[in-house]
Design a binder for this molecule. Structure first.
Ligand SMILES: O=P(O)(O)OC[C@@H](O)[C@@H](O)c1c[nH]c2ccccc12
Length: 390
């Protein structure tokens, strides 16, 4: 099993473990607990906690360290890359007495610092439950029956060539934490069909139920209805398992958020998407994230989110800012497709981000809340961009 390390437990008779106790694992045969201290290598030294008088014989103990070690390693690496989002609540209560409950600091212990962190902590629990129900080996079998993958980036390039405007990724989104319910009478298939008729090149389908009232199954329903637009699974990816799961539900592209994932995760997950024939949209919000992502050679498809996912502030000037100077030159040299995301409502907004250098736009609110989303698409671009029009 991944992350399992086996070693010979070398009984130690020190009265207490070295350094801080970072985790414990039960020794299945003896019911006692082991402590292990921090170590830079993936094999940690373990020490018997048994009291001196027991004569523990050396024994081969398998110690599952994946969660503990990855959690420690992940947080350190993430912090070194400027990632503020923690993958899961810090374990246990605050490490020191913080006074009566009513005087506790808001950010003490297990309180998420912002909505993005709250969503990621929810994902951590949700993905663990989904994996229990459908382990990776069974998911890989489900992939044999998945609908064929389609060329997401190719569809955007074709639309851009056809209309001379940025290719539209139209978002099937019922609600969001920042805007609440956008559309009460929400039929994902009807909305997808209207977007396609209006000229959308691709669709973005929210999968998260708790915060966006979305569903993975909406992707299958949209495909079963005969919609040809390739689908982006709009989800908060924290583990590779989710990529396989999205593919099994008909996704053609995956979103990876740089504010959440360290570089190595982005690199690794991009390779998995490529192996599955899927596109990987890597999303950035600021210069540091853009520079990190440009440093990953596998990246060919970048989204600039004009919305700060921690504060919900929206500024379409963000797209222009991140495409200026050396960054823009690097992107053009590598022919990286850039998507302008969020806060786009009018033809002037589209013209502004197109002038900045995007070849595609990701739009949700301004068209999903229209009574006729097909007309909403024409209103967004200021002209009919449907296949019948040009
Ligand atoms: O509804 P808007 O402002 O048009 O934004 C759409 C899309 O960009 C937005 O939903 C989005 C882009 N990246 C995200 C990451 C998580 C959640 C949501 C998003």
């Amino acid at each position: 099993m991944e992350g399992l390390a086996s070693f010979r437990a070398v009984p130690s008779f020190t009265s207490r473990p070295r350094s801080s106790i970072l985790g414990t694992a039960l020794n299945p045969r003896r019911g006692n607990s082991l402590s292990f201290s921090s170590s830079s290598s993936s094999i940690v030294r373990a020490q018997q906690m048994e009291s001196k008088d027991d004569e523990p014989e050396p024994e081969k103990i398998e110690l599952k360290i994946k969660e503990w070690e990855n959690s420690m390693y992940h947080n350190e690496v993430a912090a070194s890359q400027g990632i503020r989002i923690r993958r899961r609540p810090p374990t246990g209560p605050p490490l020191h007495y913080v006074g009566p409950f009513e005087f506790r600091l808001q950010n003490e212990g297990n309180t998420p610092r912002n909505i993005l962190e709250e969503i990621i902590w929810h994902k951590d629990t949700q993905v663990a439950q989904l994996k229990e129900r459908q382990p990776l080996y069974s998911l890989k079998k489900a992939l044999d029956n998945a609908p064929p993958v389609r060329d997401f980036i190719g569809a955007l390039r074709a639309a851009n060539s056809r209309t001379g405007l940025p290719g539209l990724i139209a978002e099937v989104k019922k609600a969001s934490p920042s805007r609440g319910v956008l559309r009460e009478n929400f039929d994902p298939v009807e909305i997808a069909q209207a977007y396609e008729k209006g000229g959308a090149a691709c669709l973005s389908v929210l999968a998260d139920e708790k915060f966006f009232q979305g569903s993975y199954d909406n992707m299958l329903a949209i495909r079963d209805a005969g919609v040809k637009c390739p689908l982006l699974c709009k989800e908060f990816i924290i583990e590779a398992w989710q990529i396989y799961y999205a593919r099994s539900k008909g996704a053609d592209a995956i979103l990876l958020i740089a504010a959440v994932l360290p570089d190595l995760d982005i690199k690794y997950m991009t390779k998995i998407c490529k192996m599955l024939g899927m596109a990987t949209l890597v999303e950035v919000h600021d210069e540091r994230e853009m520079d990190r992502v440009l440093g990953i050679e596998e990246v060919e498809f970048i989204g600039i989110n004009n919305r700060n996912l921690e504060t919900f502030e929206v500024d379409i000037g963000n797209t222009k800012k991140l495409l200026e100077g050396k960054r823009g030159e690097e992107i053009r040299k590598r022919d990286i497709i850039v998507v302008g995301e969020s806060g786009l409502f009018t033809p002037d907004d589209i013209a502004y981000v197109q002038e900045a250098g995007v070849k595609a736009v990701l739009v949700g609110e301004s068209i999903v809340k229209q009574s006729d989303p097909e007309k909403g698409v024409a209103g967004l671009f200021g002209k009919d961009i449907s296949l019948q029009s040009v």
